[in-house]
Design a protein around this ligand. Structure first.
Ligand SMILES: Nc1ncnc2c1ncn2[C@@H]1O[C@H](COP(=O)(O)OP(=O)(O)OP(=O)(O)O)[C@@H](O)[C@H]1O
Ligand SMILES: [Mg+2]
Length: 233
């Protein structure tokens, strides 16, 4: 069990998550009773071998996939009972998600991609654009606002994806290898930004990473092994 301070208010709580996949030949159990609890502003790094289930876990925590068993509460609400519209709103307002493979809209430019969550939320276009420009500038892309995603480098695309996850200032950031494609300088810039958002906005974070510096920046670390999260140092 990876546990928050017992006295604190809880932002996200997962209990006994189980996830199985059926393939043509077999049935595999990827998550097998994974538990996790984070208070607002708490940060956790998740590590584990390739193929162990880190992305699967993050997708379930982000309500992008459903577990076969177990419970998930976010911001005081059990997600199992939510209809798809309420779930989409919860995701839009509470969760910023950085995918391992960025899932940007390739034909749209950096600004349009980063402002998408604001538009979905119903924000007026000028305000959404201003918010997107500000966060893109913070990830070092102020000079690439009007570049289409297909014309950006891999590291630039990753930073657009990070900007899209952060543009609504969500209380919870779920990030899957957010610096996997970045060089040292840009990784450091992202690390500083995450530390600052955590300090300024009390943004909680679950970050899957093999980057030791990023893992060290999180308050706690856990390893995913045998379908469960185990605290590590
Ligand atoms: N939809 C699916 N159907 C069948 N198997 C799947 C499916 N999604 C994931 N898996 C399998 O589940 C396992 C865990 O996948 P996951 O992507 O969560 O691993 P990971 O820990 O994120 O790995 P990496 O570090 O390489 O990104 C893998 O063996 C993968 O092949
Ligand atoms: Mg993965």
């Amino acid at each position: 069990m990876v546990d928050a301070d017992a006295t604190a208010e809880i932002l996200i709580e997962a209990r006994g998550l189980v996830k199985r996949f059926e393939t043509a030949q077999s049935r595999i159990t990827i998550l097998d009773g994974a538990d996790l609890r984070l208070a607002p502003g708490e940060t956790l790094a998740v590590v584990g071998a390739s193929g162990i289930g880190k992305s699967t876990l993050l997708h379930i925590l982000g309500t992008l996939d459903r577990p076969d068993a177990g419970r998930l509460r976010i911001a005081g609400r059990g997600v199992e009972g939510l209809r798809s519209e309420a779930l989409a709103r919860l995701r839009n307002e509470k969760i910023g998600f950085v995918f391992q493979f960025h899932h940007l809209l390739p034909e749209f430019d950096a600004l349009e991609n980063a402002m998408m969550p604001c538009l979905i939320h119903g924000m007026a276009r000028p305000r959404a654009a201003a918010a997107a420009e500000e966060i893109l500038t913070r990830v070092g892309l102020g000079h690439r606002l009007r570049h289409r995603v297909v014309d950006l480098s891999g590291g630039e695309q990753q930073r657009v994806a990070l900007a899209r996850a952060l543009v609504m200032n969500p209380p919870l950031l779920l990030a899957d290898e957010p610096t996997g494609n970045l060089d040292k300088r840009n990784s450091q810039q992202v690390h500083e930004l995450l530390a600052q958002l955590n300090a300024d906005l009390k943004m909680a974070m679950v970050v899957v990473t093999h980057n030791p510096e990023l893992a060290a920046l999180m308050a706690r670390r856990a390893t995913l092994v045998d379908g469960r999260l185990t605290p590590t140092e």
